[in-house]
Design a protein around this ligand. Sequence first.
Ligand code: SAH
Ligand code: SF4
Ligand code: F3S
Length: 445
Amino acid sequence: MEKKFHITTFGCQMNEHDSETIAGMLIERGYEQAGDRKDANIVIFNTCSVRENADKRFFGTLGQLKKKKMEEHENFTVCVCGCMMQQQHIIDTLKAKYPWVDIIFGTHNIHELPLLLDNLYNEKQKQLSVLQEGGEIVEGLPAKRLFKHKAFVNIMYGCNNFCTYCIVPYTRGRERSRKPEDILREIKELAADGVKEVMLLGQNVNSYKGISETGLGTCDFADLIHLIDEVEGIERIRFMTSHPKDLSDKLINTFKECKKLCHYFHLPVQAGSDIVLEQMNRKYTKEAYLKLIKKLREVDSDMAISTDIIVGFPGESEEDFEETLSLCREVRYDSAFTFLYSVREGTPAAKYDNQIPEDVKHERFNRLVDVINGISAEKNAEYVGKTEKVLVDGPSKTNSKTYGGRTETFKLVNFRGTPEMIGKVVKVRITASNTFSLQGEVISE
Ligand code: SAH
Ligand code: SF4
Ligand code: F3S
């Protein structure tokens, strides 16, 4: 029988890239990728546990498949993986309420999926394989990229920071850095395959520490960027995510020194109040954070800055929340991802007894979004009349003549384009702006 798979991905870029790897491995073994879940006979859910609504969406979507599984039995395979599978209570729920799921695997062994599928078909037995910690990093796995010209590159795995609200250190294990030579080899291969932009991925990329076995020495993140900056064919380097406590002057200076590094920095602040930051175990103060922003802007005056903010962390008072608002007004973020605090079983903050009522959280959230969006719109309006270099991604989903791409500052620009422009850097004059995007006209290729 023809084997057609479909992957549904929840969560961050780390998960998106894991899904690309899963797709790459399956295609290599002759499986076909279906464009739509309903056309697939192997469905894979790559889950996220960072907030409760991600959990809920997963169980909701999974539940919809029960009928099909009951009708098709072994002709229809359901696999679940990702961060939720690293939590025992989720495995227990799956076993109790979704016993028809065929394969469960975790974040540390995605490379095993082909083997688990073989075992399932050969042994006619469900497969459960979840490791508590990641072992040696598995190199050389293929990946089916979403874009020909852009690629995600993992430089490290895991997180050691244990912010008190966050589940990631439990689902992704301790920090492990790839060797610089392995990263460079991958990026050179990507460049040879037409990739112009790499997005370096890690939960905390600026604590990267790669130990070379081929004479590159011990590399920190700034050293790694310098090495990647030399790779022929690569035109743009981005990275995500950084922790303010590990943001060194050396890294800040790479924005002056490395010509391919894009003028964009995502620096999650989470909260503006020192009391809340302390309770979150973030290890910096509002003042220290603002100093970093100042330094970044001194080194690169064009830099766009974005952040993540959590509203309604346990014990957050109105005054604490106003510190967040004042910080946003002071930094003037280009954009921000804002989240309602969500209790995550197994994290320290879940046990704090001063949880904030839902209505208060929502009211603060709305006020924050108003401030953030107002500033985003003003920042975008400053682009009107300027000419920007845009790496063209492709046509928009709704209008085949409208193309989209990103400026070096990661602004989404829409313009009239042609298929030949995809994957190229074009010059676009910005003619109008919105809160979340810019509009423009191509002036040269
Ligand atoms: N390693 C990255 C990303 C972590 S998850 C970093 O440290 O920046 C992405 C974002 O989700 C976090 O920055 C945080 O703002 C948010 N987040 C994490 N746990 C959360 C929780 N329990 N409730 C609400 N938001 C949360
Ligand atoms: Fe979570 Fe904090 Fe680690 Fe980011 S740095 S993944 S927020 S624990
Ligand atoms: Fe979610 Fe796991 Fe990423 S919890 S945010 S998919 S690391």
